[in-house]
Design a protein around this ligand. Structure first.
Ligand code: IDP
Length: 137
């Protein structure tokens, strides 16, 4: 089942110089391809669209502020079961609960600054790819 996922390497990953390490974990998965990649500083409007489902939650405002605090690496990753697969590489949302060996488990401590976003379903991927790479998908 070939899929596409929208992956964001969050501002903490860029600031800490971890993008190469994270990208290389994705590239090493057999048959997966990065078909678009861009360093980009996100505006509030884009983030409100992207994280709209979380609006009203206590972590929403600080999340948007953090995500706009510096550039992110936005990517389209394509391949077999890539949606579930990148989420597995990332680990669960809370980096302390994430297993060592996962990206969040290896490098993260606080929940907000958990290094990576990856689409969580085909529906989310379709919606998010339209926000970040309109015209390409
Ligand atoms: P996910 O990124 O693992 O799919 P979501 O529940 O969709 O997790 O939350 C989106 C992002 O919001 C998380 O990646 C994290 O950066 C932030 N976040 C989620 N829950 C909390 C929280 O309880 N406190 C602070 N930040 C949170």
């Amino acid at each position: 089942m070939t899929q596409r996922s929208l992956v964001l390497l969050k501002p903490d990953a860029v600031r800490r110089g971890l993008t190469g390490e994270i990208i290389s974990r994705i590239e090493r998965k057999a048959g997966w391809q990065i078909t678009a990649l861009e360093l980009r500083t996100l505006d509030t409007e884009t983030l409100e669209q992207h994280y709209g489902e979380h609006k009203g939650k206590p972590f929403y405002e600080p999340l948007v502020e953090f995500m706009a605090s510096g550039p992110v690496v936005a990517m389209v990753v394509e391949g077999e079961r890539v949606i579930e697969g990148v989420r597995a590489l990332a680990g669960p949302t809370d980096p302390i609960a994430a297993a060592p060996g996962s990206i969040r488990g290896d490098y993260g401590v606080i929940v907000r600054e958990n290094l990576i976003h990856a689409s969580d379903s085909e529906e989310s991927a379709e919606r998010e790819l339209k926000i970040f790479f309109p015209g390409r998908v």
